[in-house]
Design a protein. Structure first.
Length: 141
């Protein structure tokens, strides 16, 4: 059920032979991801459970289960900014109902991240996914 942008990302990761290349690519994705306005870096958008500072600001277009989900985000760690960019490719543009149907662990496993992220980064990634799912579920009603 992944977005085409995420499928393209999976293809890129398959092309990159070793983890160092993939790690560099995640960092490049983070560098290219638009920064979050400082005014949106508030306690309500801060994600708990991350070793780094992480903020996710949801943007919902429409109402009810068919509303479209998007978000902006930022972290003080470049690798985490890259993970935010990856999550954006996975979720942005889906309906809030579809967000809850994404098997994020399975989709992210396709990138080979599970074996190479520290436990703290893995926990933070799970916390970001949970925040995205919670916001979408609230919007879907």
């Amino acid at each position: 059920m992944a977005q085409q942008r995420f499928e393209d990302l999976v293809e890129t990761f398959e092309f990159l032979d070793d983890w160092e290349d993939r790690y560099r690519h995640v960092i490049e994705l983070g560098r290219a991801f638009p920064p979050l306005d400082d005014a949106l870096k508030v306690p309500a958008t801060k994600v708990d459970g991350c070793a780094s500072q992480v903020w996710l600001h949801p943007r919902i277009d429409g109402a009810g289960a068919d509303a479209t989900f998007d978000f902006a985000g930022e972290s003080d760690a470049m690798i985490v900014r890259g993970l935010i960019a990856i999550l954006h490719e996975l979720y942005a543009g889906l309906s809030v109902e579809e967000v809850g149907q994404v098997d994020a662990p399975a989709e992210l496993a396709r990138l080979g991240l599970n074996d190479h992220l520290s436990s703290q980064r893995s926990n933070g990634l799970r916390a970001m996914v949970e925040r995205i799912r919670t916001v979408a579920a609230i919007e879907a009603g």
